[in-house]
Design a protein around this ligand. Structure first.
Ligand code: ZN
Length: 136
């Protein structure tokens, strides 16, 4: 299993509109999609920066894992995860599991932008919340 590239960087935000303004006005990137992912209880906004996307994540309810992250982070947003493009998310998850890596998702699930996604547990990845994703 080898990632082909970094698909996106996930950033937790407390206020999506305010965050979009920052990324457009200060960073000069254009928001090209806003999408609610009901399954993950988040509203997302996407920007392209070369081959890598920036994914902003705003929680849509207090039970969202992003809401928990923001709470742990002293009420502030911040760097949340790195997503690697894999050929097959399920296969990559299985290979990681075989190497003793703890998974958050034993099976891939639908994410934003029609990708199949799955997360590795940060306790097994030296503190970096890691997402695998593929087009399917
Ligand atoms: Zn992501």
């Amino acid at each position: 299993m080898t990632p082909s590239h970094i698909e996106h960087i996930g950033i937790a935000v407390t206020n999506l509109e305010e965050a979009i303004r920052y990324w457009e006005d200060v960073m000069g990137l254009k928001c090209y999609a806003i999408e609610e992912v009901v399954d993950q209880k988040v509203k997302t906004a996407f920007f392209r920066c070369g081959d890598v996307k920036i994914e902003l994540l705003e929680p849509t309810c207090p039970e969202s894992t992003i809401a928990a992250f923001i709470e742990k982070n002293g009420g502030k947003g911040g760097m949340h995860h790195i997503a690697f493009a894999m050929e097959d998310t399920d296969q990559a998850l299985n290979e990681a599991k075989d190497k003793g890596i703890r998974l958050i998702d034993n099976q891939s699930r639908p994410g934003a932008e029609g990708l199949q996604i799955g997360f590795l547990h940060p306790k097994s990845t030296l503190g970096v919340l890691t997402e695998f994703c593929c087009k399917k």
